[in-house]
Design a protein around this ligand. Structure first.
Ligand code: GLC
Ligand code: CA
Length: 566
């Protein structure tokens, strides 16, 4: 018998819905999603069954990187509404049993933040040390060869004081100096101020980058190009996170999850180990970057299903009983989950249901990205003018300056698969113009496929992807085994089947997922037992095999409650 879970906690049982406020629902006809818009859709989210919303940043911001450049941590950006709107959202969500998780972006601020304005004004200003300033090299060049994630050097020369400041992201996102205790106290004070309003948690943006090697050592000659791996886990990262936990997290019963770019599996427990007093969980990047060239993040490369299974199995084993996982296949920094891991062209709703079955039957807290519950897919953008993301646009400008037309064309073709904008198109609510997102022309184009893929139609259809998400969420909530039970991967090398056993105490569930468009048959091992009950399946008429030989149609997935085997 598998033992019961040692530590039950609400945040382990939570079902999180990540919502990109800019793209969810516009309420005032300016083409930008906002808080009153989210308020209008709370009933929809309650019906879906999610228990926490993670909102991408809604703080005051010049929107150089869609809110990840904050100019006032204590204010709501007027494009999104007012503090009153936010408080109403907290209260109304709370009435529906839904908590709110905010994005915490404290590796950097906006260059328009009052701190940076003061810091750049003179070398003697008391806030100078809030940011990372270094003199030029003797030849006038930048202090090191560090590169920005958004192109070019990570150092920007500021003529006013004749020094460079560090920005791992855009020039308008100067990095804060976490070495300075006063700065850290300012941040903790701000966090407590938000938590006192009743937040359910924080998602900590680029959490492993907060600490930097103060020597900013040049990339080695054999540098692979993996910037995140190089910048992550600086010398004092664990001291900072422990302090943040001690001074903030531990005083509130909140959920904490760090964006884990650059964190290697072997060191993950240093961040999320139960005995560490740092973070509860991270988002690791190993699954969602499987199709990326590690040395060139914007280049797609092939991968196989056995590789994907291995990533999930290894992370589960690594954290089992010692930490906690987050389960997700997409977010605002990646293209649509269905376009990457499913087959929207041939088996759109089948593969969307299969991915839902997967996300909600793994150990760890599941994250559903807005629109995935109706099967939204990548945008059919063909021209650079349709893109909005600073990452895509900066890279385009760099190439344009080189003036090679073939290179530009290849870049555009690649963006159709890798741009972050695919995950940012407006939520498809109904068949009305702009998919019911806005009465105006939205800040980024609505996917033209919305008449065939929208929430309103799917609400009416018991066989829709949306209806399936609801059922799968209900099942997940009714079975603690699905959150906590042990995970055992079967058939690691099988090229089209993802199968595993979840077990807790006397209960055992077999999960079979045909991760392909080809029908197949699978004979599960006798130890897995015999099928007692079909808990859920992605087709309406699945029949569990009496003899352990299960037929699986294209993208068919199912959960079987098992009688224990011999
Ligand atoms: C994180 C965010 C991403 C943002 C970056 C800089 O990776 O998820 O959207 O551009 O940090 O804040
Ligand atoms: Ca608006």
């Amino acid at each position: 018998m598998t033992p019961p879970p040692p530590h039950r906690a609400w945040w382990k049982e939570a079902i999180v819905y990540q919502l990109y406020p800019r793209s969810f629902q516009d309420s005032n006809g300016d083409g930008i999603g906002d808080l009153p818009g989210i308020l209008r859709r709370l009933d929809y989210l309650q019906d879906l069954g999610v228990t926490m919303l993670w909102l991408n940043p809604i703080y005051a911001s010049p929107q150089d990187d869609n809110g990840y450049d904050i100019s006032d941590y204590y204010a709501i950006d007027p494009a999104y509404g007012t503090m009153e709107d936010f408080e109403r959202l907290l209260a109304e969500a709370g009435r529906r049993g839904i908590r709110i998780m905010m994005d915490l972006v404290v590796n950097h601020s906006s260059d328009e933040h009052a701190w940076f304005q003061a810091s750049r004004s003179s070398r003697e200003h008391p806030l100078r040390a809030y940011y990372i300033w270094r003199p030029p090299r003797p030849d006038g060049g930048p202090p090191s060869n560090w590169r920005s994630f958004f192109g070019g050097s990570a150092w920007e020369f500021d003529a006013q004081t004749g020094e460079y400041y560090l920005h791992l992201f855009s020039k308008k996102q100067p990095d804060l100096n976490w070495e300075l205790p006063e700065l850290r106290q300012e941040i903790y004070r701000m966090m407590r101020w938000w938590l006192d309003k009743g937040l359910g948690g924080f998602r900590i943006d680029v959490s492993p980058f907060l600490s930097k090697d103060p020597g900013f050592p040049d990339f080695p000659d054999d540098f692979s190009g993996d910037l995140a791996g190089y910048y992550a886990s600086g010398p004092r990262i664990h001291a900072f996170l422990r302090e943040m936990n001690e001074q903030v997290f531990s005083r509130y019963g909140i959920a904490t999850v760090g964006e884990g770019a650059g964190i290697r599996m072997e060191e993950a427990l240093e961040y999320v180990g139960q005995d560490r007093g740092e973070l509860q969980a991270i988002f690791h990047f190993d699954a969602i970057t499987l199709d990326r060239d590690p040395g060139d993040f914007m280049r797609q490369v092939p991968y196989t299903l056995p590789q994907l299974k291995a990533v999930f199995a290894r992370w589960d084993a690594q954290l089992a009983g010692r930490g906690w996982n987050s389960v997700f296949l997409g977010n605002h920094d990646f293209p649509r989950m269905l376009s990457r891991f499913g087959d929207p062209e041939h088996f759109r709703s089948e593969s969307a249901r299969l991915l839902a079955t997967f996300l909600l039957s793994m150990r760890g807290t599941p994250y559903i990205y807005y629109g995935d519950e109706i099967g939204m897919v990548n945008a059919p953008f063909v021209s650079i003018s349709e893109y909005r993301d600073i990452q895509t646009l900066n890279a385009w400008r760099e190439l344009e300056a080189r003036g090679d037309a073939a290179e530009l064309e290849a870049f555009l073709r690649m963006q159709a698969h890798v741009s972050r904008d695919h995950g940012r198109t407006p939520m498809q609510w109904d068949r009305s113009p702009q998919a019911g997102f806005s009465t105006a022309s939205p800040w980024i184009g609505v996917h033209p496929g919305y008449p065939a893929c929208n929430a309103a139609d799917q609400q009416q259809d018991p066989d829709s992807v949306l209806a399936y998400y609801r059922r799968m969420i209900r099942l997940r909530k009714s079975m603690p085994l699905l959150a906590y039970g042990s995970f055992t991967l079967l058939e690691p090398e099988h090229p089209q089947l993802f199968a595993y056993v979840r077990a807790m105490e006397a209960e055992q569930v077999l999960v079979l997922l045909n991760w392909s468009g080809r029908a197949m048959e699978y004979e599960w091992p006798a130890e897995a037992g015999t099928a007692a009950e079909l808990l859920i399946s992605t087709y309406p008429d699945t029949r569990p095999a009496a003899d352990r030989r299960q037929r699986l149609r294209p993208w068919e997935g199912m959960l079987l409650r098992m009688h224990p085997g011999a």
